[in-house]
Design a protein around this ligand. Structure first.
Ligand SMILES: [Zn+2]
Length: 170
């Protein structure tokens, strides 16, 4: 969405509160489609003497995708903090800054940037949904904890998790 900053530009050096909602297209993360609830942005904005506008705030949304382990529906909250300056008639192709024209900021690029920065590498349907692992024959297995509890003694699961974390550290 466009955030009107006309009143901010008229009083450089004065902080104004803002809140905005940015709708996002689905993203593909690690081969998984991730749908996002409209992203809520809140914070303060302030104009500089050079016509730039700095936004200092936080964003939050809920992402919906599939569990990286068992493919059940999984969702998680994404939260992040940002502080970015929008340059009046800056270069929109510049990845290091944000640009605006007229008297409104387009929040889509900033929102996408900070949603991706704060996106977890993978989503699980629940915290204890176990990752894939190799069994003794070298086959890659993908089991949830419910499966393990039914099919194996709990000690076997603990052993498995210990081995996995050892592998990840090396
Ligand atoms: Zn799962």
């Amino acid at each position: 969405m466009k955030l009107d900053v006309l009143h901010v530009l008229r009083s450089p050096g004065t902080e104004y509160a803002f809140s905005a909602e940015q709708a996002m297209a689905p993203q593909t993360i690690g081969g998984m489609e991730v749908r996002l609830d409209p992203v809520q942005l809140t914070g303060v904005m302030m104009a500089g003497d050079d016509g730039s506008v700095t936004l200092d705030g936080k964003l939050t949304t809920v992402a919906h995708t599939s569990c990286a382990n068992c493919l059940a529906p999984a969702s998680g909250t994404i939260e992040g903090e940002f502080r970015e300056t929008f340059i009046f008639e800056g270069d929109p192709e510049d990845d290091e800054s944000f640009a605006y024209t007229g008297s409104a900021l387009d929040l889509e690029k900033l929102t996408l940037t900070y949603v991706l920065l704060n996106m977890p590498m993978r989503f699980l349907c629940r915290e204890d949904c176990v990752f894939e692992y190799e069994d003794t024959d070298g086959d890659v297995m993908m089991l949830c904890q419910d499966d393990l509890n039914v099919q194996r003694p709990f000690a076997a699961l603990q052993q498995l998790l210990a081995e996995k974390s050892d592998n990840e550290e090396n």
